[in-house]
Write a new protein. Structure first.
Length: 88
């Protein structure tokens, strides 16, 4: 990690050198916000999953920013029909 770019340290790419990232494949995307601020909304429902044994009791309550992000994510297949969005 001693390499610098524009006077800032940078890490080497975590991409697999032998993989063609332009080819078809399954890609997992994780979005992390600065300082883990809940810009997209909050999880609501029973906060004690162990007690309820029912993760289905939890729901995502989207903020206004979350609603915009959701609409844009859901519209991706309209522009790229080979893309399928799966939320886990």
């Amino acid at each position: 990690m001693s390499e610098k770019f524009r006077n800032q340290y940078r890490i080497e790419s975590t991409r697999l050198k032998s993989w063609d990232y332009g080819s078809n494949g399954a890609y997992f995307i994780t979005i992390c916000t600065k300082n883990r601020i809940h810009y997209f909304g909050d999880v609501v429902g029973s906060q004690n999953i162990v007690e309820t044994q029912n993760i289905a009791s939890l729901q995502m309550q989207l903020s206004e920013i979350g609603k915009i992000a959701d609409q844009n994510w859901l519209s991706i297949p309209e522009h790229f029909p080979f893309v399928k969005l799966v939320i886990m």
